[in-house]
Design a protein around this ligand. Structure first.
Ligand code: GTP
Ligand code: MG
Length: 223
């Protein structure tokens, strides 16, 4: 919760496998090209990076217009093409401590919609940084929605035929997910519905953040 009743701050952590579209997703949430996002045979993002966005009159609260401020932490992939698992983990750990002292409002797993799901996709959130409470903050973003559409695939059909491991993952996110085209020309138009859902997630959590506990190397719920 922020001191100013008409300003809500969301700390958003992006996690995912290499080239899943984490940085591109960060860009659509911000509505600008802040994070380096490009096609590569190896992981592009080498260390955590924080970018901020501020959207005035984003929503109404208590009968007044309110501002949404987002702090987005883009992270190196896990598994990473060049870094060891321990290096990725330490980098995210330190970034959470330094940049998200207040805690986290959304843990976003970025998955490609056009690539078959593998249980490996789930491993990036098993970095031992997250306590069981993270599930209340968990959100899944499927990128490459455009590829999905190009191939005439219907979302509902695909999801009902999804592999069991993906269904379990969606259940653990309490079916909170969104499909995006992270390279849409109108970044903000694509990002706004996701921001609305992440804001609603934070509202469901009564604006209480998931606090990072440095000593315990875990995240816990805090008031
Ligand atoms: N068509 C399409 N391409 C996308 C989408 N999202 C990401 N891409 C492309 O996928 C490639 C990788 O995107 P990044 O944003 O760099 O992915 P990343 O997960 O940050 O990658 P690493 O930092 O290497 O782990 C880029 O060429 C993006 O343009 C999408 O929704 N649709
Ligand atoms: Mg990246």
């Amino acid at each position: 919760m922020t001191p100013d009743i008409n300003e809500v701050h969301l700390n958003i952590l992006l996690l995912g496998r290499p080239q899943s579209g984490k940085s591109a997703t960060g860009n659509i949430l911000l509505g600008s090209y802040e994070f380096e996002s490009r096609l590569s045979l190896g992981s592009v993002t080498q260390s955590c990076e924080l970018c901020q966005g501020r959207f005035s009159s984003f929503f109404r609260r208590n009968g007044r217009e309110a501002t949404l401020c987002v702090n987005i932490l883009d992270t190196p992939a896990f598994p990473h093409s060049y870094l060891k698992a321990s290096e990725v983990k330490n980098d995210i750990h330190e970034a959470l401590l330094e940049k998200f002292q207040r805690g986290l409002d959304a843990v976003v797993l970025v998955l490609r919609a056009d690539v078959a799901f593998s249980e490996e996709d789930f491993k990036c959130i098993q970095l031992e940084l997250l306590d069981f409470e993270w599930r209340n903050y968990f959100y899944i973003i499927f990128t490459h929605h455009d590829r999905f559409e190009e191939n005439g695939l219907k979302l509902e059909e695909q999801l009902s035929n999804a592999p069991r491991a993906l269904k379990v993952l969606l259940e653990s996110a309490k079916n909170r997910y969104h499909f995006v085209n992270s390279v849409a020309p109108w970044l903000h138009a694509e990002g706004r519905p996701v921001l609305e859902k992440l804001l609603s997630l934070s509202q469901q959590n009564k604006y209480k953040s998931l606090k990072f506990k440095p000593s315990a190397s875990s995240l816990q719920h805090t008031g």
